[in-house]
Design a protein around this ligand. Sequence first.
Ligand code: HH2
Length: 286
Amino acid sequence: MHWQTRRFLLDLSRPRVMGIVNVTPDSFSDGGRHDDSRAAIAHCEHLVAEGADILDIGGESTRPGAPRVDADSEWARIADVLAAAVTLGVPVSVDTYKPEVMRRALEAGADIINDVQALQAPGALAAVAGSGAGVCLMHMRGEPASMMELAVYGDVVAEVADFLARRARAARDSGIPAGCIALDPGYGFAKTAEHNLRLLAGQQRLAELGYPLLVGWSRKRTLGDLTGRPVDQRVAASLAAALRAVSAGASVIRVHDVPATVDALKVWAAVDAATIPPTVQKEDAR
Ligand code: HH2
């Protein structure tokens, strides 16, 4: 499987690591650490040196209860960082749900638009269509400020699958090529810990929709609930979730802790490569 982004065709025959660059004062795990352009650019360079296959730059936190940021302020946070990131030789994604920020990001050379609202804002589909950019369509409900009130599902896997299939169809109908589309279950967005775990257990069904799956478990609250650990001590828990997600069909893992994830996926991919199908084994034995 491949993911077409603006400048790069990503080969997903091995899982890829998307490194998170939050240029925000208030992100849930790293808010304020890279919220000036110089620190954020240094962080981008660092993540690429550590083995990130993709960078994902965001200028507004989407943690539960996060306040909204207007488009001009969001753009002011990320513009210089994006300009530097596109020179680093990897695809650069911009994490935004605002069509105006999408448009400016694409003009500035972004390769991917990562939208936690799955291009549902008026004008979002049109902002991306025709650009050649990759898109990540994520499942959530409502707004970060109120989304946890909407965490009510009968069958969470079926409802998320249905939503993602509908958004992929809408993207294609607006002219976004199928090969540019990736889908994301949206772990932690309008979902309780139980929903997140059920969704991971049934994630293969989302992979069967036929688009690459991108997932973000990194340091999230459910991992804290399960381990009792604070946000800065969730690397091992994040890796366990990442590997489980890859086993259930995920191709791109969005993380804060790039080197640990790169190592874990190297081991996972090596075992995968060593797994010879039984029919081939029999022929070889003859
Ligand atoms: N999670 C976050 C933000 N953007 N995008 C996708 N596609 N999938 C995710 O799971 C996802 C996302 C939340 O994590 P983070 O960026 O670290 O925090 P914050 O939103 O507080 O900046």
